[in-house]
Design a protein around this ligand. Structure first.
Ligand SMILES: C[S@@+](CC[C@H](N)C(=O)[O-])C[C@H]1O[C@@H](n2cnc3c(N)ncnc32)[C@H](O)[C@@H]1O
Length: 218
């Protein structure tokens, strides 16, 4: 895994350029993984759910419609992406709140959520942010709460390598995302019941990782 070439300070600018084309990209390369992440999350109507980095709201819209009587919170760092998510959700009848926020310092009390979803965000962050961010995820999940993280991973087939090559040419073309594996970090923090799936869509390699927050808070 190479280090991130994009600073978090540059994310709002980068994503204000990518926002208009993001949905097309996402449909072509990420839609299967995003759908599978929602299946693995198995949200029950009435639960308390947080999506970190909602982007344009592709998953958040589905979360809200499957959890109309529950609590749905979504946060996002880039204003341009958040605005698109707000537009997408504007006709939704479910109970939700979208707000600006940073995964590195979540503005929610401990043990607030049954489920936390996060897609294609850790893979653009510097590696030194992984443990602090995942520690925040663990803090806001109730003990035993479900975490589903989706992101670009290292390819399992030779043709997946083309994406690492594109990243080396210009990380911005991939929205700053490069292949990572999240399980070792989750293990380090005591997450349990881990399950990983690999999906290649248009040769773009993604992992979907399910885990439960530890039963005790140590
Ligand atoms: C590749 S997009 C994925 C968007 C959405 N999760 C999806 O799967 O469609 C990455 C998103 O992560 C957001 N992001 C990056 N760093 C973040 C942070 N520290 N806190 C919250 N959002 C962040 C970006 O602004 C961008 O919208």
């Amino acid at each position: 895994m190479s280090g991130s070439q994009i600073s978090q300070d540059d994310i709002p600018d980068l994503y204000s350029r990518l926002a208009p084309v993001y949905d097309l990209w996402a449909r072509l390369t990420e839609s299967h993984s995003r759908d599978r992440s929602l299946e693995l999350a198995a949200i029950q109507n009435g639960e308390s759910v947080l999506e970190v980095a909602v982007g344009t709201g592709l998953a958040f819209e589905k979360i809200v419609s499957s959890n109309r009587y529950g609590r749905n919170e979504g946060i996002e760092l880039a204003e341009s992406m958040l605005r698109r998510a707000e537009n997408r959700l504007s006709l939704s009848e479910g109970n939700y709140r979208l707000q600006p926020g940073d995964a590195r310092a979540l503005d929610f009390p401990d043990a607030s959520f049954d489920v936390l979803l996060n897609s294609y965000m850790l893979d653009l962050m510097p590696e030194e942010d992984f443990i602090p961010v995942l520690t925040e995820f663990k803090r806001v999940l109730r003990p035993g709460g479900r975490l589903v993280i989706t992101g670009m991973t290292r390819g399992e087939h030779w043709y997946n390598g083309i994406w690492e090559h594109i990243y080396r040419l210009n990380p911005a073309w991939l929205g700053g995302c490069r292949g990572i594996q999240v399980q070792p970090y989750l293990r380090q923090l005591g997450f349990t019941d881990m399950q990983r799936e690999f999906i290649s869509q248009m040769s773009f390699p993604s992992e979907i990782v399910f885990a439960r927050a530890p039963a005790s808070r140590n």
